[in-house]
Design a protein around this ligand. Structure first.
Ligand SMILES: Nc1ncnc2c1ncn2[C@@H]1O[C@H](COP(=O)(O)OP(=O)(O)OP(=O)(O)O)[C@@H](O)[C@H]1O
Ligand SMILES: [Mg+2]
Length: 256
């Protein structure tokens, strides 16, 4: 196991009252080389879960382990891609220097800038190194954030709804990109999303969360062969079957 959440519980203090328990003994194992999606309704605590997995937020009880070690701070293996790419890029740095930011503490500024070219090319942004983030479209900015994550050469990629703020076609392009890179580099990924189709398209397994206090309702094997094409995958009987079952579980139905 590369990442293990073992009976992780999270409470936040409330004004005057007892603490609010938003997560209740969540256990989750992510194997090395596996793509795991965490799927749950809005506000159920997905970002909180990922921040605890990243060592960015303390657990109330339980343990998070990376490569077998209990962690209380961000582990060197992991890189985190935030929900809001516009907040994660540094607007005063050119695209190349945003990507170099991931490695310059290790390589120094000059070598980090050189090393930024390959990941930029991988995400289809060769030639945009001298632009500023705000000169790019939303989808391109999210590509920069992904290039920066790749530049760090992480063993473990933690992504919080990284495609939710881009349009549907750009999202498909980014799905294809992530499928290709993750397969080629054998990255271990934990992706948080509320998008059922995204989870099925990308993941090997899907952890379905309940509303708060959040627990793991079920872990589902996707069982669709790789390499996957994000367009063709959508037409497979298995895709449709999973989409139906997951939407059924997630939707709150109101009978008139
Ligand atoms: N620092 C905090 N203090 C108090 N409550 C918090 C804190 N951070 C998050 N919460 C609460 O925990 C719950 C889960 O928040 P979280 O952002 O993890 O949900 P989410 O599933 O990522 O939501 P979304 O789908 O909107 O991104 C929310 O009700 C939120 O108000
Ligand atoms: Mg969130």
């Amino acid at each position: 196991m590369l990442l293990e959440l073992d009976a992780v519980t999270k409470e936040f203090p409330t004004r005057g009252g007892p603490p609010a328990r938003i997560m209740d003994r969540v256990s989750l194992d992510v194997r090395a080389g596996e793509f795991m999606a965490v799927l749950g309704p809005s506000g159920c605590g997905k970002s909180t879960l990922l921040q605890m997995a990243a060592g960015l937020l303390p657990v109330t009880s339980g343990v998070v382990r990376v490569a077998g070690r209990p962690i209380t701070a961000p582990p060197p293996e992991a890189v985190y891609v935030f929900q809001q790419y516009s907040r994660s890029l540094l607007p005063w740095r050119k695209v190349r220097d945003n990507v170099a930011f991931a490695t310059e503490h290790r390589l120094g500024r000059k070598r980090a800038r050189e090393a930024a070219e390959a990941p930029l090319e991988q995400v289809g942004l060769a030639g945009f190194g001298d632009h500023y983030p705000w000169q790019l479209s939303g989808g391109m900015q999210q590509r920069v954030a992904i290039a920066r994550a790749l530049a760090a050469e992480p063993a473990l990629l933690l992504m919080d709804e990284p495609f939710s703020a881009v349009d549907a076609l750009t999202r498909l392009d980014l799905h294809a990109l992530v499928l290709e890179i993750c397969t080629r580099r054998r990255l271990t990924v934990l992706l948080v999303t509320h998008d059922v189709e995204e989870a099925i398209t990308l993941a090997d397994r899907i952890a379905l969360l309940t509303p708060r206090p959040t627990t793991v309702a079920e872990i589902i094997e996707v069982g669709i062969d790789r390499p996957r094409d994000p367009v063709a995958t959508r037409e497979l009987p298995r895709f449709l079957e999973l989409r139906h079952a997951l939407l059924d579980r997630l939707m709150t139905r109101h009978v008139a």
